[in-house]
Design a protein around this ligand. Structure first.
Ligand SMILES: NC(=O)c1ccc[n+]([C@@H]2O[C@H](COP(=O)([O-])OP(=O)(O)OC[C@H]3O[C@@H](n4cnc5c(N)ncnc54)[C@H](OP(=O)(O)O)[C@@H]3O)[C@@H](O)[C@H]2O)c1
Length: 254
């Protein structure tokens, strides 16, 4: 019997990168998986990958910054699989690369609406369902920029600090209801999001990453392992944590 047999997991942004790796990891442990995102093609690709590996999954087209769409998403999860045990609120947009005073209002709104409001909306409807069932586990995707600042990343960093605050307060609000809420704070993970940052970095193309003490970028699967573990009974006494998965990034005060 697999560890998560009979369980149902929701992964937002499951059509690519860290979300896809996590959807596959949940399915590998036996969970049925609902993948949410705006892009149907890539969401359905993840569904196919899970089915090819012998698992069960569906894609639900969703913009996480719209309350009605998130409510409909959670309703679809329950209509399709009867319950919701785990959620990975992972959808996000990257940084524009502008310094604070050059950031546009449009970019600020998109960043906050997706990365922060999106996580709040997802938790809101997930928790309402989990309360009906008597419990569940949620993991939110923050970043190493959710625990420290950085150059040219103010809006993104603000959104990811917000995710850590939401996570801690939600964990306290629902601890007595058997709902655990944690965050992961990934460092440099090789996904499409980092493509614009990496395109001019010859050292990284050659395998050297001076910003990361472990000396390399992380793989999406290394975040996925932690997310699934945080949802299992192995992490039963952990709630409100913001787990940094960054190969040592964010350790230095300099
Ligand atoms: N890669 C890194 O180094 C790194 C480091 C720290 C944190 N993170 C965080 O990890 C998460 C996943 O990013 P990734 O690196 O895997 O990059 P990615 O491949 O670009 O994934 C981002 C996902 O978010 C989805 N998304 C964006 N806006 C959305 C919206 N409004 N509604 C629903 N889904 C939306 C995208 O799907 P659609 O476009 O199809 O909607 C996409 O699948 C993000 O929250 C990111 O901030 C990444």
């Amino acid at each position: 019997m697999k560890k998560l047999e009979g369980k149902v997991a929701l992964v937002t942004g499951g059509g690519s990168g860290i979300g896809r790796a996590t959807a596959l990891a949940f399915a590998h442990e036996g969970a049925k998986v609902v993948i949410a995102g705006r892009g149907a093609e890539r969401g359905n690709e993840t569904v196919q990958l899970i089915k090819q590996a012998g698992g069960e999954a569906v894609f639900v087209k969703t913009n996480v910054s719209k309350a009605a769409e998130v409510e409909a998403l959670v309703n679809r999860v329950v209509e399709t699989y009867g319950r919701l045990d785990y959620a990975f609120n992972n959808s996000g947009v990257g940084a524009s690369g502008a310094r604070l005073a050059r950031e546009t209002e449009e970019t600020w709104d998109r960043t906050i609406n997706t990365n922060l409001k999106g996580v709040w909306l997802c938790m809101k409807y997930e928790i309402l369902q989990m309360l009906k069932q008597g419990g569940g586990a949620i993991v939110n995707c923050s970043s190493t920029f959710g625990v420290g600042g950085g150059y040219r990343i103010a809006a993104y960093s603000a959104s990811k600090h917000g995710v850590v605050g939401l996570t801690k307060s939600a964990a306290m609000d629902y601890a007595k209801d058997n709902i655990r809420v944690n965050a992961v704070c990934p460092g440099w993970i090789k996904t499409d999001m980092l493509r614009p940052v990496l395109k001019d970095r010859l050292d990284i193309a050659e395998g050297r990453v001076p910003e990361v003490p472990l000396g390399r970028m992380g793989a999406p699967e290394e975040v996925a392992e932690a997310v699934v573990w945080l949802c299992t009974e192995s992490a039963s006494f952990i709630t409100g944590d913001a787990m940094v998965i960054g190969g040592g990034t964010a350790l230095s005060a300099l």
